[in-house]
Design a protein. Structure first.
Length: 335
């Protein structure tokens, strides 16, 4: 149609065709605008669960490492029996699996639509809390879009609301920066482990971890102290008294010590904190003995008389604290 007259004639003779064209144009425009709004809602939902996943990674890392550290510390201080370590191990596994499912797998399954997540109505409510000016418009848009009776007036209303909603950046309703408050929770346990290993104390954690993992194995806790013989030799001349001295070395200093000779036992004299002595009255031949303090025994020792020199002799009594040769200054040996 080349001029206004031709268009006027067409309008006069084909009014129904014009009405149909108008309806089709409104429908196409409404469909296009609605598709854009639904795409924007889908983009918001993806960002929403991406944000949930990011927060979940921080929480899983922080809470998981803290519980891991708690497990190791519990075993380090208590030296649990196999039954206790069995409970500790499986409790750790269950807690970590729960944290993994709740904070990692849960948002992942919804991000990739393996499970049903929030719908358009829930997304609309979240967006409305962030953009209060579009809350009612977005809700009305979704309600009108579900109406199956698409009259021309309804289509025009949907198109109008879609036009008003198009400039609104729905994804801005999700703010990744809000997750920064969870960073200390995730970083502090990591820094603790790094400092612990850099300082050379990693073996403490490794030993506790080994005992927790091998929970069926029985372990004997190390003694809080060990016995160190002060005498250079346990050999004495025939007919002479022999003063035996032993020192305890460790984090605990026992108040008293007992020496066991055959079937008899005697209290040792405390020379100073951690240093004990006992006088053998003219020992003859060879005598077997050991020392105990705080119910912790040494290995068996032998005192030999009748020779001019001798070395410290250790009997095989496995499982007891090591009784080692002296490395004590001379002024302490002669006390």
């Amino acid at each position: 149609m080349d001029n206004a007259g031709d268009r006027e004639k067409f309008n006069t003779y084909f009014p129904s065709q014009l009405l149909l064209l108008s309806v089709i144009n409104n429908v196409n425009r409404t469909v296009d605008n609605s598709t854009i709004i639904y795409d924007k809602l889908e983009g918001f939902i993806r960002k929403y669960y991406t944000n949930e996943l990011l927060r979940g990674i921080l929480l899983f890392t922080g809470l998981g490492l803290l519980y891991f550290l708690f497990t190791l510390c519990l075993e380090y201080f208590l030296w649990l029996r196999p039954s206790g370590r069995t409970v500790l191990f499986w409790a750790f596994v269950l807690v970590e699996v729960f944290l993994l499912g709740r904070y990692i797998l849960f948002p992942l399954s919804r991000l990739f639509k393996l499970q049903k997540g929030i719908g358009y109505d829930e997304a609309s409510a979240i967006i409305g809390r962030h953009f209060s000016e579009v809350s009612d418009k977005l809700t009305n848009f979704l309600q009108l879009s579900r109406d199956n009776n698409k009259s021309e007036l309804l289509l025009a209303s949907i198109a109008q609301k879609a036009d008003a909603l198009q400039p609104i950046p729905f994804t801005n309703a999700v703010n990744y920066r809000k997750n920064r408050k969870y960073l200390p929770l995730a970083l502090l346990p990591v820094l603790f482990f790094l400092v612990f290993y850099i300082s050379g104390n990693g073996s403490v954690l490794n030993q506790s971890l080994d005992r927790v993992v091998h929970f069926r194995t029985s372990y004997t806790p190390p003694a809080p102290f060990r016995f160190v013989v002060v005498n250079e030799s346990l050999a004495t001349e025939q007919g002479s008294d022999f003063v035996f001295q032993v020192r305890t070395v460790g984090r605990i200093v026992p108040e008293d010590a007992t020496i066991f000779i055959g079937d008899e036992n005697y209290s040792m004299e405390s020379v100073e904190p951690g240093l004990f002595e006992y006088r053998f009255q003219k020992p003859s031949g060879t005598e077997l003995f050991h020392v105990e303090a705080n119910n912790i025994p040494s290995r068996d020792l032998r005192i030999a008389s009748g020779g001019s020199a001798g070395d410290l002799q250790l009997c095989d009594a496995g499982g007891f604290p090591i009784l080692s040769p002296p490395s004590v200054p001379n002024h302490q040996r002669n006390r």
